[in-house]
Design a protein around this ligand. Structure first.
Ligand SMILES: [Zn+2]
Length: 197
């Protein structure tokens, strides 16, 4: 089973890669069908340790005392949507932030990148996969209402929030981590491609 120690090792490496500045970003894992551990609100994401997480029921009721991340609703949306999802990762990298602002449409298309094979069900690179972009909102229930209906149609397990960051997830922490690294890489490639074009 994935542990908070495994997760904090990864999140501290994300900080060093510039993906989680200051108190931005949030992370969670599911321990069993009903219990989720998520970052507490306002914690510095380069120095997370197990005390910076709290337990919630997947329906949202707190098990531990404290205040969970302000974006908990998006994590719970995913855990409620698919019981197989075991980890949700959300970062605020400059690439995700900037490219989602430059892109005026409601998605970013990735075509013919070899790394598309990092995503589930993708056997070959000769394909185009779409990553949705949603306008930023501090109204998490409104974002949930907007995003939840499209989850079954997603081509990549992820979405962007404009000027804000990436959400991605997986059926294990290793899967979620692979999706995050692939997405960060793809966004960087797209920025370079658009600069050269
Ligand atoms: Zn955020």
């Amino acid at each position: 089973m994935d542990t908070i120690e495994n997760l904090t090792q990864l999140t501290n490496s994300y900080y060093l890669r510039g993906w989680t500045p200051a108190t931005s970003s949030n992370f969670s894992i599911r321990n069993n069908r009903d219990v989720v551990q998520i970052t507490r609100s306002g914690r510095h994401k380069g120095r997370l340790n197990p005390q910076d997480f709290m337990r919630l029921k997947h329906t949202g009721e707190a098990i531990d005392e404290g205040k969970p991340s302000a974006e908990t609703g998006l994590h719970l949306m995913l855990y409620q949507y698919d019981t197989e999802i075991k980890a949700v990762l959300h970062t605020h990298s400059p690439k995700a932030t900037v490219l989602s602002m430059i892109e005026k449409s409601d998605s970013i298309e990735f075509t013919d990148y070899e790394i598309l094979k990092a995503f589930p069900g993708v056997a070959g690179h000769e394909t185009t996969l779409s990553l949705p972009v949603y306008d930023n909102s501090q109204d998490i229930p409104a974002l949930v209402k907007q995003i939840e209906p499209i989850l079954p149609q997603l081509q990549i397990p992820g979405f962007l929030i404009r000027g804000h960051g990436i959400y991605t997830w997986g059926n294990s922490l290793a899967d979620a981590d692979r999706h995050l690294e692939a997405l960060e890489y793809l966004l960087e490639c797209e920025i370079i491609r658009r600069q050269i074009k």
